[in-house]
Design a protein around this ligand. Sequence first.
Ligand SMILES: *Cc1c(COP(=O)(O)O)cnc(C)c1O
Length: 411
Amino acid sequence: MTAARPSHWPMTLFPVIADCLQIGGIPLTRLAARIGQTPFYAYDRRLLDERMALLRRTLPSAIELHYAVKANPMPALVQHMAGLVDGLDVASLGELRVALDTGMAPARISFAGPGKRPPELIAAIAAGITLNLESAHELETVARLGREQRRRPRVAMRINPDFELKASGMKMGGGPKPFGVDAEQAPALLQRIGELELDFQGFHIFTGSQNLRAAAIVETHDRTFELALRLATDAPGPVRSLNIGGGFGIPYFPGDTPLDLQPIAANLERWLPTVKERLPQARVVLELGRYLVGEAGLYVAEVVDRKVSRGHTFLITNGGLHHHLAVSGNFGQVVRKNYPVVVGNKVVGTEREVVTVVGPLCTPLDILADRMDLAKADIGDLIVVFQSGAYGLTASPTAFLSHQACVEVLV
Ligand SMILES: *Cc1c(COP(=O)(O)O)cnc(C)c1O
């Protein structure tokens, strides 16, 4: 007997009425008419609210939640998130502008990322946001630019820890990395922050992304708190902010199951008294991108052709990897796996078929779904890719093949 093939975790966040997916209470077909074009991304603000509410009622109330804008920088969405979270994390001058436009207090905005250039640093200092320092050179540059503006830059030190986030989709810490300052080098740089009289805020320790294993995140938090407490003894002032990163994953592929928040919440609860005692001024911050917005978004493309090639049915759509690189398997995947996909206006359908859904690009990489069991679709039907609210449009090569631009809506 062969083992049952793993299936996708059921996608139940968007209701289905009369076999048609509903987004924000609007049937998909009517939403498409309202938008006036396919392809598009649609984000559901009620689902954003619900995800934040889940975190607020599950995690200790003392934990601050920040939104990492790079997961989805659509201005209307960032504005909505700004009303729900305690802070925003940006990674470029463009994202900083979007964050400031929301009205979020500058003291609650932080800026991370290697290779920040002088215009970005100058803007950050002028805005009064917190710069997460990534290198010795950046530290010296920030101090010089601060003197030129006669302002005292707010800085935190991003640490490249001496451990890795296990079972993480993308490792961003541990070993040699372009991100942050190696933990071993931190004491010398902390001393330098003191000498240069920068406004020291604390530490930023971000280790990875897309982790679905609570036990691995718990272990990472343990190592992160231990490291922060160790480094704090060399800090040039009280630690006011301890950003312990994020990395919470969402289920994309067959066999993936949702992250269990309970053990993570219990472990944070366990650590808070120690943090309070040793770092009495420190706010503990989780910065999350994908987990906050990923499940609230859909990518929608329209079937423009169907053809059978040597017995294999292809649906050809007007959307593809130029809008959604990740669904094609080319954004950090080693072996391509299907995202959850349905025919949005015929979710169950009357007939089913196994098809490959592709985009219009002249490259074999342009696959939305490979040999998936879907409702039988005709030209004009709408293919929906779930789990598309994070690292979608802005993480895609939109100029490739010079097709019509994609639209994004917040519903
Ligand atoms: C990308 C990034 C995040 C968000 O990661 P997610 O996996 O989307 O939660 C948070 N912090 C920093 C510094 C990042 O670079």
